[in-house]
Ligand binder design. Structure first.
Ligand SMILES: Cc1cc2nc3c(=O)[nH]c(=O)nc-3n(C[C@H](O)[C@H](O)[C@H](O)COP(=O)(O)OP(=O)(O)OC[C@H]3O[C@@H](n4cnc5c(N)ncnc54)[C@H](O)[C@@H]3O)c2cc1C
Length: 486
């Protein structure tokens, strides 16, 4: 069983968020959320951490449906919690976003009115939800393709949820040891035919015990965030009632699978990755802001040896330059990610789906915010001497940024997709005259050289992997300059 290992450290005075983000949120709400979360703890067991989230949801300050009704609160709540990660690590932030964005958010996006209305009951009861997408051999990296199956059984009018082999076990599922409910992604099988990934909301525990047919175990101890429980999950012919399938866009009617309208359920499930990417991008920026702020408080008062004058560490030229560079880079990212949040919030309020331009902008926001923060935090660590080693300085939780890197689509995966989409334009003979177009054409030609020698498409891609990521960098730089709105 997991227990928390981190020590309670001295309180950090947290900087406020960038104006680019928080303009729309009422100050009174922000004050209330700050007050409700100020006593965040990390020296707790995972059960205690879950209890803190249960109590926070019961305050009703942030409703499960606010992602749709008040996206600015949803994002502000994430940012405020991310600032605590310098002191307490990533555990609670991940628990929170899994419940509000992945679990509740998927129900909001893909459930019908009745299914969405149940969220208020869960919230009043302080019930928590987990989100089962990732499998040992599939998940975000596989483009949401999963091997867990949900077979429609006509005789009982139910679904049978099953893990067909070990590689299809759900993996790394946050809150798996405490969740009352679960949203599970499974391949829907109707009359022997696969209908692709669909989301099912199920009772995960009943009176505190796992429902029959569900087996879990611990993923093991992590470098950070051990106040968060992570489980692998195996389903053995678990019977789910028919209304467990999120049915706003697809349903089983009289034994037949029907799609309602022109939105694929799969696309709506993927929506949560967009909100998640913005929340993760902002979390990386907030963690970095708080860590730089805490470190600067120290270096402003740390006296240094000098033959003349009384310099402090902050005045040592390389550190002074790093602080300036950080302000400039952070400011640019704050603004860009804030623009993406604003554009996505409009889409969320209308219940639509982001267009290709916004999808690329969001992917870019996540990669840039996370990778830039990893670089700047690493560089800061190299310039502050022994402080970086102190247990309560905040650097021991830098693996929070690693979590940001692979959550909701790893940087490499997002960059591969950006490059692949750009190469498709070349295939169609579009936009080849710009410098970016020439670079894409060069990559396409290099890959063609491998294909002509008998290589497969994958082999050609793998041989040119450096060019793939270089092209993605070029596209991301342009996307960031253009911004999300025309
Ligand atoms: C603390 C924590 C909480 C989590 N919570 C949840 C949860 O609640 N629900 C859930 O569903 N999942 C959850 N996950 C799973 C998480 O989303 C996955 O860990 C993530 O998708 C990465 O999968 P992986 O670690 O197996 O990486 P791998 O798939 O093993 O990939 C390793 C690395 O290889 C590279 N890579 C992989 N495939 C490719 C490719 N095709 N091309 C180029 N590069 C590639 C990437 O750089 C990647 O970082 C959680 C994970 C952690 C660690």
């Amino acid at each position: 069983m997991i227990r928390s290992f981190s020590r309670l450290s001295t309180r950090v005075s947290l900087p406020t968020a960038s104006r680019a983000f928080s303009a729309e949120v009422e100050t009174s709400w922000t004050d209330a959320w700050n007050a409700a979360t100020e006593n965040m703890k990390s020296n707790v067991t995972f059960e205690e951490s879950a209890e803190i989230l249960r109590n926070l949801t019961k305050t009703d300050l942030l409703r499960a449906t606010d992602l749709r009704d008040s996206p600015s609160r949803f994002f502000e709540a994430h940012r405020i919690l991310a600032r605590h990660a310098v002191e307490h690590g990533p555990g609670f932030w991940i628990r929170f976003t899994v419940h509000y964005n992945l679990f509740a958010g998927t129900i909001v996006a893909a459930g019908d009115e009745e299914q969405v209305s149940r969220l208020a009951d869960y919230q009043a009861a302080g019930e928590l939800g987990c989100f089962g997408l990732t499998e040992k051999l599939a998940g975000v990296q596989s483009g949401l393709v999963v091997q867990t199956t949900a077979t429609y059984d006509e005789a009982s009018d139910e679904f049978i949820l099953d893990t067909p082999h070990e590689g299809a076990r759900k993996n790394w599922i946050s809150q798996g040891f405490v969740a009352d409910k679960a949203v599970v992604l499974a391949d829907l099988i109707v009359k022997g035919e696969s209908k692709g990934p669909h989301a099912f909301v199920m009772d995960f525990r009943s009176s505190g015990s796992l429902v029959p047919g569900v087996k879990i175990d611990d993923m093991g101890s992590k470098t950070v965030g051990n106040d968060l429980d992570n489980a692998w999950i195996d389903f053995e012919n678990v019977r789910l009632p028919k209304d467990s399938m999120l049915r706003r866009y697809a349903e089983i009617v009289d034994g037949e699978y029907i799609i309602k309208g022109d939105v694929r359920p799969f696309d709506m499930i993927g929506q949560r990755l967009y909100t998640g990417r913005i929340a993760v991008a902002q979390a990386a920026l907030e963690y970095r802001r708080a860590l730089f702020s805490k470190t600067k408080s120290y270096s402003d008062s740390k006296k240094m040896f000098a033959f003349s004058g009384e310099p402090v560490l902050s005045e040592i030229p390389q550190l002074e330059a790093l602080y300036e560079e950080n302000e400039e880079r952070l400011g640019r990212l704050d603004e860009y990610v804030g623009d993406c949040e604003a554009a996505l919030s409009e889409v969320l309020k209308e219940g639509g789906t982001p267009d290709t331009r916004l999808v690329d902008c969001i992917a870019t926001a996540k990669v840039k915010a996370v990778e830039d923060s990893i670089e700047m935090v690493h560089r800061l660590r190299q310039e502050v001497g022994s402080f970086a080693l102190m247990a309560d300085a905040g650097f021991k939780h830098t693996d929070f940024l690693q979590c940001c890197k692979f959550a909701e689509g790893d940087s490499r995966i997002l960059m591969s997709k950006i490059a692949r989409d750009r190469l498709r334009l070349v295939e169609k003979g579009q936009d080849m005259d710009s410098e970016e177009g020439k670079q894409a054409l060069g990559l396409a030609m290099a890959m063609k050289g491998h294909l002509d020698k008998g290589a497969s498409k994958q082999e050609a891609w793998d041989k040119e992997w450096k060019g793939v990521y270089e092209l993605a960098e070029t596209v991301m730089d342009r996307v960031m300059t253009d911004g999300p709105t025309v």
